[in-house]
Design a protein around this ligand. Sequence first.
Ligand SMILES: [Zn+2]
Length: 144
Amino acid sequence: MVAKRRKNPRKEEKPNPKKKRFEAGSELISAHPIFESLWGHRHLTIREDGQGYATVFQNGGIHCFINAPLEPKEWARVIAHCLLHLGMGHFDPLRFKLLDPDPAAWNHACDLVVERFLDDIHFGLRPPPDWEKPDFIPLTGQAG
Ligand SMILES: [Zn+2]
């Protein structure tokens, strides 16, 4: 008599190509000398819902919406963008108190600085233009 093989529940998990592309992008982050140090302080949440590509919160949390159709280098760019908002102090309450910026203008300025930096170091690939929509709401502690 031949014993029936038990099914390995891990083996039955369907591969998720979107998650694999996201993970490949994450690996590009953790392999980069600048972002690797910022990466260690993040609280990353992978979500399947949500608009845009990611949201970064004042407390260091980053929500990545993996249903976005991005390639690994685009995911790396998105994650780096979020990390730079944190690393450059774009949520610093003292800056808001001193500058009292218009939230939309602040959003735009912070995104420009982050993207210029990423362009200068030639990191990742810019995702499609959805990324450029105003989604940085500094007074509530979110950015994208
Ligand atoms: Zn942004």
